[in-house]
Design a binder for this molecule. Structure first.
Ligand code: C2E
Ligand code: MG
Ligand code: MG
Ligand code: MG
Length: 294
């Protein structure tokens, strides 16, 4: 019986563990090749002023332009990139490319066109001893000032101990802003937020989903609104900016505005898009401004 149990356990181990490791090894090689072959693209999703309907910043989101599979979403390869360590060079590429692109937009449209560019940063990058140097180099090579950059981090990343905290304080000291991404889904705590030099919290999409519904008395609707309200009260108390994520309709935008959210992001406002499309959007915004001024 023991032998049989052992065998059954081995089979479970084999199915559950070895497969993903194999898959990771293979995708690790694929990602390396893709990086060398320049197959990654940076898409940009506008972060909007909800009341005025203007672009105030952009989040940089990586895509894989695969030669046969087409455009691959980050959900399909970021975990493997993190697992294999390739997120370090990949993240460096996204950082450099998004800083370069933001500087180009500022040169073309002026300093008011875009306040911030926000690339996502993985915990693996924060542990990389060269990260601060990479950030400095990305800014210098792009000719972009540090106060134009927001690094988006998840709460689990900032919980990783004193070295990471030291790095974050140094980045903050350079003038870079830090945003807590997917806020409310991790192990958030007020003491964490006080120790961590964050400037922005991004209310996770899961609290925006259904926030517009007036299902009077349903615990789900009440809970989402309570979280959204608690997050904005906390943000005000700690002097943090907020961005609401995943806004998919106008009713959600209105409800969030009513709760005090001034900035938002979501498919209803604008989808992530290639740089060329965002250039057109900024040009339209400029032309509208000129028409109003005339
Ligand atoms: P995130 O940083 O929370 O980014 C927001 C995600 O929500 C993006 O998915 C965006 O396309 C999506 N989104 C925005 N508005 C809406 C909406 O109204 N409805 C819905 N359903 N989705 C919306 P995306 O681009 O697929 O990225 C997924 C995640 O992958 C990101 O979540 C981020 O955690 C990670 N990621 C993306 N690019 C990078 C990167 O360059 N480096 C790292 N480390 N992670 C990245
Ligand atoms: Mg993000
Ligand atoms: Mg997010
Ligand atoms: Mg997210």
């Amino acid at each position: 019986a023991a032998k049989q149990r052992g065998k059954a356990n081995w089979v479970r181990y084999h199915d559950g563990m070895e497969q993903p490791v194999f898959a990771h090894a293979r995708i690790g090689g694929e990602l390396r090749r893709a990086l060398d072959a320049d197959e990654f693209r940076v898409y940009y999703q506008p972060i909007m002023d909800l009341a005025r309907g203007r672009v105030i910043g952009v989040e940089a989101l990586v895509r894989w332009q695969h030669p046969t599979r087409g455009l691959v979403s980050p959900a399909e390869f970021i975990p493997a990139a993190e697992g294999t360590g390739l997120i370090v060079p990949l993240g460096r590429f996204v950082l450099r490319e998004s800083c370069r692109q933001a500087a180009a937009w500022l040169a073309e449209f002026g300093p008011d066109a875009l306040q911030k560019v926000a690339p996502n940063v993985s915990v693996r990058q924060l542990h990389d001893p060269d990260f601060r140097t990479d950030v400095r180099a990305a800014l210098a090579d792009a000719g972009l000032s540090a106060d134009r950059v927001v690094l988006e981090l998840t709460e689990s990343a900032v919980l990783r101990g004193p070295q990471v905290l030291q790095t974050l304080h140094e980045l903050h000291g350079m003038g870079i802003r830090l945003a807590l991404d997917d806020f409310g889904t991790g192990e958030s705590s007020l003491s964490l937020l006080r120790a961590f030099p964050a400037s922005i919290v991004k209310l996770d999409k899961s609290f925006v989903d259904g926030i517009e519904l007036d299902e009077e008395g349903t615990p789900e609707a009440a809970a989402r609104q309570a979280v959204a309200r608690a997050v904005i009260q906390m943000a005000r108390a700690l002097d943090l900016d907020t961005v609401a994520e995943g806004i998919e309709n106008q009713e959600q935008a209105d409800r969030l505005l009513g709760l005090g959210y001034t900035l938002g992001q979501g498919f209803h406002l604008a989808r992530p898009m290639p740089a060329g499309d965002l250039t057109r959007l900024l040009a339209e915004q400029r032309d509208r401004d000129l028409a109003v001024a005339a």
